[in-house]
Design a binder for this molecule. Structure first.
Ligand code: DHB
Ligand code: FE
Length: 279
């Protein structure tokens, strides 16, 4: 049977992609951020996942404001990355696992989550930046991917409680898949940041650190916030925390913390990182 071995949450800021391309790993601005990642890669080397379910939000590359599905699951053989206008060089396509995708979609719809199934899907920095941080050696990249895109862009956004439950449903779906596969769940985005309007540049370090702590053993506490609470406490784009809650829901009740890192600011964002292992 398939098994979720653990989860990783990480910010997905586009500037990180440019810093990787320029190899700014020792640059004083970037070093405290990049220093968080070798421990994640060491853990991935140990658990050796076959598939990564990548929960992220599309920022306008694949869906735009005219059509904005709440929850979408990729069911393609591969996922193309395209130019988003950040100066990032598009990366080669990411391999999919359509069979597991369809199992996930069928199981989620049977579980009353009405999913937009995507047999073609382009992935943006919300997906590619975390993949580059976790699997920098593209030649050695054998992990298959399933993109799960969640609307964090155009209100109404799904509530944190709904997202936590979606994560639990993803966990049940993976556990009921007959193939022997090790699955890691990524929740990308966050932590606090606001990119536009009067509060542009808003970061709430105390809130971010509280989230990094509570999501380990008391995720229900975070799932009780409303979207408006999150916008107030974490900034308009800090609502991306709902993606972390989906990851956490998928992991089940008991997890252990393997590693975490927090650094501010990276491009006006509270850059959070957390690795959790399933019990
Ligand atoms: C930026 C973009 C993001 O999608 C994000 O989550 C954080 C920061 C940015 O443009 O800086
Ligand atoms: Fe984002």
């Amino acid at each position: 049977m398939a098994k979720i071995v653990g989860g990783v949450t990480t910010s997905h800021i586009p500037a990180i992609g440019n810093a990787i391309a320029k190899e700014l790993f020792e640059d004083p601005y970037w070093k405290p951020f990049f220093d968080g990642y070798p421990a994640v890669r060491a853990w991935l080397d140990k658990v050796k996942p076959d598939v990564a379910i990548v929960v992220y939000n599309d920022h306008g590359l694949n869906f735009f404001l005219d059509k904005m599905p709440t929850f979408s699951v990729g069911a393609a053989f591969e996922y193309e990355n395209r130019d988003e206008g950040w100066g990032l060089q598009p990366l080669p396509p990411y391999p999919g696992d359509p069979e597991l995708s369809w199992h996930l979609i069928e199981s989620l719809v049977a579980d009353e989550f009405d999913i937009c199934s995507c047999q073609e899907m382009a992935v943006d920095h919300g997906f590619t930046v975390p993949m580059s941080l976790l699997w920098p050696d593209r030649a050695a990249r054998t992990v298959k991917t399933i993109p799960v895109a969640v609307n964090t862009v155009q209100h109404p956004l799904p509530t944190p409680a709904r997202c936590f439950k979606l994560g639990q449903a993803i966990g049940r779906a993976v556990e009921s898949y007959g193939k022997d596969l090790k699955v890691v769940v990524l929740g990308t985005g966050g932590l606090s940041h606001q990119l536009d309007g009067e509060r542009a540049g808003f970061i709430n370090k105390a809130f971010d650190l509280m989230c990094l702590e509570k999501i380990v053993d008391e995720p229900e506490t975070l799932a009780r916030y409303s979207i408006h609470d999150l916008v107030r406490l974490a900034g308009a784009q800090g609502a991306e925390l709902i993606l972390w809650l989906i990851m956490r829901g998928a992991l089940g009740d008991k997890v252990s913390k393997v590693h975490s890192n927090y650094h501010i600011p990276i491009s006006n964002t509270g850059a959070g990182l957390l690795v959790l292992e399933s019990a």
